[in-house]
Design a protein around this ligand. Structure first.
Ligand code: ADP
Ligand code: MG
Length: 703
């Protein structure tokens, strides 16, 4: 059983990774993932005794860090109010702290004791919360907790009579926490609002009456009315009226979609001027808008390598810094240096010992990148794929349905003297009547007469080859040259750059039809854009024959092509051409290429026309069926990845500098805490840049 547990206030040192480990240790937990950005712990537990196990998980979470609370969705509002009150109290305490500290500061040295007492009171006014959490966490055996380290550092400073220092560190630490919390929750909201594609209500029409209802109450088959300017609430079909729709929230394209009676419209479209009456075709749960939101939200559950590395790094960083701090306090005094001086330096180390900035900014950047991609019509199913996409060196396209429209036109029907053209077309159409392949659909459409499927029996489809069936009681084979060769049928192979569908009846060759596909409008541009991104190798896999492949590859300027590949052959070929440590992306529509989509480093599928299997098997979904979007996907990924690397290097360098300065006695606690808080803020701001991705309007100029 799966369950999402909503958490409040994950503090940075309560790092997601450590918490994950703790949850996994609970008996009966199969997997766990903690998402810092959406503040959710997702766990999968054994079905038997699931309730008890989840109870233990919740206990483990609060035991791990007592500052984390589990939020009951029904109490979310109450919790938010409580947090607000607490914030106001904290602010009041901080003001009081400043007053106490100022009075103490101006008291003459002769009143030492009063001075000391006032300083200590001021200190407790800002530090009480941190001290409390630290104490509680120690009871739970969590020693290297940032609250604890801050407490040790500042109590140490008090003992050294560095009053102002101790108070200032706690003061700034609190302010930093508040700012961080505010910045993160603001950005969380901003990123989510990118995805505010879901309507709040639907206008349900029942018995001629219309009323506003919640989406969850609308059933498939219900009738709803969509008025001008409203969001389409659920995927539906227009049954009355017409209007133009802005599709950009779903597809990232600003092109208008004009819907009339019979058109399918997707949830998330925005209605233009007209009023339309629609029949609902999917419930709230299965609607496009919900699926997109769910995909993006759960995408943070599978983590990027860099993200995992940072969590590991964070795990080691604190103990190492604390270890060095201990050495600093102990070793120099052994050799006669001043204990006071080195103790102070050691305490400064503790102040910088939290990897907060890293732990917050890295997942935030990835999440921002996911949001930006989604807004551009590219759904990325996990932050790990952002990283892989950013490093893609080779892109392989499927041909039919991906680079071409897959709307085949029958351009020629040929019959041998054993048959007639009409019979050839008829038998081929009958053979294809059960197939979902684009070729099949186009031929059936061309045939245009009703097909009596009672005359079709023993139907088998051979992926990437064609079909075998008994038609009107006679054994027929319909498909490509490979298929006829497999049956040892004598025939003359046609080789003129068109897809050829051969027909054989009772082992005898009867004729063929030539079908022609059109290239997608932006296929050429897609390849040009990829080249502009520095991708050296863009090629094509197809199950179609050599001469068609050659023609298409030539027209599009591809670097290479591999023809006559069966679905397994595509997987095999992929393994053959893949070089070590090279990331390959495969773009397909899921018809006869789901196995490659699933096995390649980054499987990219066409979401609009692609089959559900393709969307399931792929890692990235393009909402519009435009190959051009592959370049967009890679660009967003690269930008996001770059920001992550920038943040990591910047933070690590500044931290290292502050540590060295502290060890040399050149930086006080002041500077240390300032650097720490400032760093986190800068990193957060930088992360948000990932959200700002704008797709290129890469029109290809014909030379
Ligand atoms: P691609 O790899 O270009 O997307 P497919 O693997 O879907 O192409 O199909 C490869 C070839 O197999 C087609 O060009 C066609 O010759 C043949 N084929 C596949 N399915 C059918 C079918 N249902 N009827 C006839 N031929 C088919
Ligand atoms: Mg295909």
């Amino acid at each position: 059983m799966k369950k999402d547990i909503k958490l409040s206030r994950i503090h940075c040192a309560g790092c997601a990774e450590n918490l994950e480990d703790k949850i996994r240790e609970v008996d009966g937990v199969l997997s766990a993932s903690v998402d810092f950005v959406s503040k959710v712990a997702s766990v999968e537990v054994e079905n038997k005794g699931a309730k008890e196990i989840i109870g233990s998980v919740e206990k483990a979470i609060t035991k791990f860090d007592s500052s984390i609370k589990i939020v009951d969705t029904s109490e979310e509002e109450k919790e938010a109010r409580r947090e607000k009150v607490k914030k106001i109290v904290d602010l009041a305490f901080m003001c009081a702290c400043v007053i106490f500290a100022l009075v103490a500061y101006f008291l003459p040295q002769s009143m030492f004791w009063l001075k000391a007492v006032l300083f200590v009171v001021a200190y407790f006014l800002v530090a009480y919360d941190v001290l409390y959490v630290a104490a509680k966490n120690i009871f739970h055996g969590k020693v290297l907790d940032e609250n604890f380290l801050m407490s040790v550092a500042t109590i140490g400073a008090l003992a050294l009579q560095e009053w102002i220092e101790a108070i200032a560190v706690m003061f700034l630490y609190n302010i930093g926490e508040m700012l961080e919390e505010a910045a993160v929750s603001k950005s969380r909201k901003r990123i989510k609002s990118l995805l505010s594609i879901k309507a709040e209500f639907a206008n349900l029409v029942e018995n001629g009456e219309e009323r506003q209802v919640e989406l969850s109450t609308v059933k498939v088959g219900d009738i709803i009315r969509i008025k001008p300017g409203e969001k389409v609430p659920l995927d539906c079909e227009i049954i009355e009226g017409n209007s133009s729709f802005n599709t950009s929230a779903i597809t990232g394209e600003s092109k208008e979609f004009f819907g009339t009676v019979g058109s399918q419209i997707l949830s998330g479209y925005i209605n233009g001027e007209g009023v339309v009456l629609c029949k609902v075709v999917s419930s709230e749960k299965d609607s496009t808008a919900s699926k997109i939101i769910e995909l993006v939200e759960s995408a943070t559950k599978t983590k990027a390598k860099t993200e995992k590395f940072i969590s590991k790094f964070a795990k080691w960083y604190t103990p190492i810094v604390v270890g060095i701090a201990v050495l600093l306090a102990v070793i120099p005094p052994i050799f006669g240096a001043s204990f006071m001086v080195w103790l102070y330096r050691a305490l400064t180390f503790l102040v910088v010992s939290c990897p907060c900035a890293l732990v917050i900014s890295v997942p935030l950047s990835y999440f921002a990148g996911l949001g930006a991609a989604a807004r551009n019509g590219v759904l990325i199913k996990g932050t790990g794929f952002i990283e892989k996409l950013a490093n893609v060196r080779k892109v392989i396209f499927d041909k039919t349905g991906t680079l071409t429209n897959g709307n085949f036109e029958v351009t020629k029907v040929f019959a041998t003297d054993k048959s007639s053209e009409d019979e050839v077309l008829e038998l081929i159409a009958y053979a294809e009547s059960f197939s979902n392949h684009r070729i099949a659909k186009s031929i059936v459409k061309k045939y245009a007469k009703t097909i009596n499927t009672a005359w079709v029996s023993g139907y088998t489809e051979l992926a990437g080859m064609g079909v075998e069936a008994e038609l009107f009681g006679e054994k027929c084979v319909v498909g490509n040259a490979e298929l006829l060769k497999k049956h040892n049928i004598q025939f003359d192979e046609v080789d003129d750059g068109f897809t050829t569908i051969y027909l054989a009846k009772n082992g005898e060759y009867m004729g063929y039809c030539l079908i022609e596909d059109t290239l997608k409008e932006d296929s050429k541009e897609a390849i040009k854009l990829l080249k502009d991104l520095g991708i050296k190798n863009v090629c094509m896999f197809t199950g179609d024959n050599e001469s068609v492949a050659k023609k298409v590859a030539g027209e599009l300027g591809l670097d290479g092509y591999y023809a006559s590949l069966l679905p397994d052959g595509k997987v095999q070929k992929l393994a053959d051409i893949k070089q070590k440590n090279e990331n390959i992306a495969f773009v397909g529509d899921g018809i006869n290429d789901a196995p490659v989509l699933a096995s390649v480093d980054v499987g990219i599928s066409m979401g609009g026309v692609g089959s559900d299997i393709a969307i399931e098997a792929s890692d990235v979904v393009l909402m519009t069926d435009q190959p051009r979007k592959v370049a967009d996907a890679i660009s967003v990924a690269r930008k996001t990845h770059k920001i992550v690397i920038e943040n990591i290097s910047f933070i690590v360098i500044v931290k290292a500098v502050v540590l060295v300065l502290s060890a040399l006695g050149l930086s006080g606690m002041w500077l240390a805490i300032f650097a720490d808080v400032g760093l986190a803020m800068l990193a957060i701001l930088n992360s948000l840049r990932a959200m700002l991705f704008k797709k290129k309007d890469g029109k290809v100029k014909d030379k």
